[in-house]
Design a protein around this ligand. Structure first.
Ligand SMILES: Cc1cc2nc3c(=O)[nH]c(=O)nc-3n(C[C@H](O)[C@H](O)[C@H](O)COP(=O)(O)OP(=O)(O)OC[C@H]3O[C@@H](n4cnc5c(N)ncnc54)[C@H](O)[C@@H]3O)c2cc1C
Length: 443
């Protein structure tokens, strides 16, 4: 096997409002010499942290190394909108086959929600969990049918939900922007960076973490079974490798023709003043997902901040500069003003970017890539619960343990082939343009 050169390295901006709420911590040293390990886990987000934890349970005597290119737990796992979801809006035709397909996806996501809730309780992680459901909203008449169809589907699956309109909706959200909402009882809001930090703080001692150690290349060792990974100042050889880099899967040469990264930006305001809170009617905290693909994700948090996530794009390099973020922030301000015209000025304290991984058919990666190499990821922007579930289960799979969860995950379809580059970039870019146009009243 040839050496795989990693084409894009992670580089985070320092502006994430969720991370800014965390106590500061000192990073673990970077890899600085040659190391030998039984297991290497590549990438320390939710997936990699869950993988390393499970490996240590299964192999208490093994040497387990976790490699992270930046600060552990501060990539997309800290930068997302914090919706831990079981159901997602189904836009496809409502048929018996479609219902079964949806049920399978629901069951996996639901298992992800349970996995996070169980882990948080077991490890005593405080990540501001609020199990009060989520809202799917629309500001346009044409999308109301989607919500009504979704309601039918949820009824078929006997999932508790409710349609809200008019004054009831306005009072619940403190905004007259939306025409209709579908509330689902399933859906947990959390502070994503606190969850990632909690998982990091509770890593078993057996797991050796090297931070700021971007893997530049990896290759199969010729004389034995195993792999060698190289970072700028060190190398590690291992018997088994588990790749958990999500948005960087393609750049690491794993499922490169089946997954694609996209860059999202989000902004978080300062806490509303008592007067501002009064002006919007002091509603309870909430989380809104758009009925339109590419529409805005919005939250009112318990500490009275508003989160706005309303840009998606194909971005050539992974990090955004302060100037790039400033232009995205204009979108966050517009989105906030539309929903809350009574709140004046620029309330945003921070705007940041993060990467997601998508496939052409909404499928995930959970696989043995070749002998000794495994990978999990590609959660199509829904990776909080699935990251924790898939991380745990990929460790089981790589250790030869079969579980009910693995069986369930493996019934799902595999990511389809995508067109080669540069066509793929153009196709995705055009699709985003189209969706953005359709979502212009929902951003
Ligand atoms: C703005 C935004 C909003 C989102 N909202 C939601 C939401 O509300 N709900 C939800 O469920 N999901 C959401 N997501 C998606 C979710 O954040 C991801 O699915 C999840 O973080 C995936 O976790 P992970 O551990 O697999 O990947 P990551 O968190 O991306 O971790 C992968 C790690 O690998 C490291 N890495 C990459 N390449 C290398 C290398 N060469 N060497 C060493 N390390 C490397 C990275 O630095 C990173 O830390 C959102 C994402 C974004 C960006």
């Amino acid at each position: 096997m040839k050496t795989k050169i990693i084409s894009t390295l992670p580089k985070n901006d320092n502006n994430c409002g969720w991370i800014k709420q965390l106590p500061s911590r000192t990073s673990q040293p970077s890899l600085a010499r040659e190391e030998l390990a039984d297991w290497v886990v590549l990438g320390a987000g939710y997936t990699g942290l869950a993988t390393a934890r499970q490996l240590s349970k299964l192999h208490p005597q093994a040497r387990i190394i976790l490699l992270e290119g930046q600060k552990a737990g501060e990539g997309s796992s800290a930068r997302n909108s914090g919706f831990l979801v079981d159901s997602i809006l189904n836009e496809s035709h409502f048929s018996a086959a479609g219902l079964e397909e949806y049920r399978k996806k629901y069951e996996i996501k639901h298992a992800g929600v349970k996995a996070v809730q169980q882990m948080v309780a077991e490890l005593g992680i405080d990540c501001d969990l609020e199990a009060s459901g989520k809202f799917h909203c629309t500001a346009t008449k044409s999308n109301e049918k989607k919500l009504l169809n979704f309601s039918k589907l949820l009824s078929e699956l006997e999932l508790k939900h409710k349609i809200l309109e008019g004054e009831e909706l306005r009072q619940r959200l403190g905004s007259s922007y939306y025409r209709m909402a579908l509330w689902t009882a399933g859906g947990v809001m959390l502070q994503p960076a606190k969850l990632a930090r909690g998982m990091l703080d509770k890593l078993p001692e057996q797991v050796e973490l090297f931070e700021n150690s971007p893997v530049l290349s990896w290759r199969k060792l010729s004389n034995s079974e195993g792999y060698q990974l190289s970072t700028p100042s060190g190398q590690v050889s291992c018997k088994k490798l588990i790749v958990t880099v999500n948005g960087f899967l393609a750049s690491c040469g794993v499922k490169a023709n089946r997954t694609f990264p996209l860059t999202l930006t989000a902004g978080l305001t300062r806490p509303l003043t008592a007067g501002e809170d009064e002006a919007i009617g002091r509603p309870d905290s909430w989380g809104v997902l758009s009925a339109q693909s590419m529409g805005a994700t919005v939250r009112l948090t318990k500490d009275r901040r508003i989160l706005m996530r309303n840009t998606v794009e194909v971005w050539p390099s992974i990090n955004m500069s302060t100037a790039d973020l400033q232009t995205r922030k204009e979108n966050h301000i517009i989105g906030l003003k539309r929903r809350f015209p009574q709140l004046g000025g620029d309330l945003f304290e921070s705007s940041w970017s993060g990467t997601i991984c998508i496939s052409g058919n909404n499928a995930n990666v959970f696989t043995k890539v070749e002998d000794g190499v495994y990978a999990a990821g590609c959660y199509n922007a829904s990776g909080i619960g699935m990251g924790v579930l898939f991380g745990t289960e990929i460790a089981n799979l790589a250790s030869g343990e079969m579980t009910e969860e693995i069986r369930m995950i493996q019934t799902n379809s595999k990511p389809m082939y995508l067109p080669p580059q540069p066509f793929l970039r153009w196709v995705v870019g055009l699709r985003i343009l189209r969706d953005r146009l359709l979502a212009r009243h929902e951003q």
